[in-house]
Write a protein that binds this ligand. Sequence first.
Ligand SMILES: C[S@@+](CC[C@H](N)C(=O)[O-])C[C@H]1O[C@@H](n2cnc3c(N)ncnc32)[C@H](O)[C@@H]1O
Length: 262
Amino acid sequence: MSRQALVIGIGTGNPDHLTLEAVAALNRVDVFLVADKGTAKQDLIGLRTEICRQVISHDRYRVIEVPDPERGPDRGRNTVQYQDAVQRWHRERAARYADIIRAEVGGDGTVGFLVWGDPALYDSTIRIVQSIRDHGRLPLELTVIPGISSLSLLAARHKIILNRVGQPIHITTGRRLVEEYHPGLGDVAVMLDGDLSCSRLVHDHPELGIFWGAQLGLADEVLISGALAEMIEPIQRARAELRAARGWVMDTYLLRPPADNG
Ligand SMILES: C[S@@+](CC[C@H](N)C(=O)[O-])C[C@H]1O[C@@H](n2cnc3c(N)ncnc32)[C@H](O)[C@@H]1O
């Protein structure tokens, strides 16, 4: 019998957003492995461990922080060198996790990974577990528990549907937005955007609407919606205030062209 690996979507920090399936899964875990990505993320680790404390009804579980291996600077690497470096980094990380699991989790034990939001959206935990099996040569039986993603919460808070009737929705990152944007995409949801890249669309696409949300699900949640051209400055201000108060900000937004383009 191999060890179980539970990848558990926990929503974005509000324990009310845990599903009953996630609570049951959290209660089955012997050891939680949490990536330690430096002090900036300590607050998020704190939120995750607080969720465990609130919903796990026993004290037999442990939380182990796993430092991420150093990847070195990507600047100066060509594409092949960059891909080599990333692959090496993935293998090192897989080996590190495998060693810890062998040492800390019994042969029929359960290791848990807490995933912010939903594991299916911009998260590499499922890939990590697969590479622990492949590169770390450690058999693990994987189960994935979905969670409420920041996009689900964005839509619920603004009381909107992410897509138009029968239309697709394009989900992308801030890094790609400006390059790939055209109104034919329809509704575009943007994540991982540290720079509010949509500000660079205002000039060419003043017709766009925006539904923006930051720290969704947390006590300092902020929502702003309206015409992109008018809302961009209030959003920039709100973002800066949140960052100043908490030290970090996580935001996501939907860009919506007028109905005749959608
Ligand atoms: C690495 S991705 C993880 C996404 C996550 N798996 C999900 O389902 O939402 C991180 C990005 O998700 C978005 N995000 C995560 N939590 C958020 C929150 N509480 N409020 C707004 N956006 C959030 C932000 O765009 C952030 O840059």
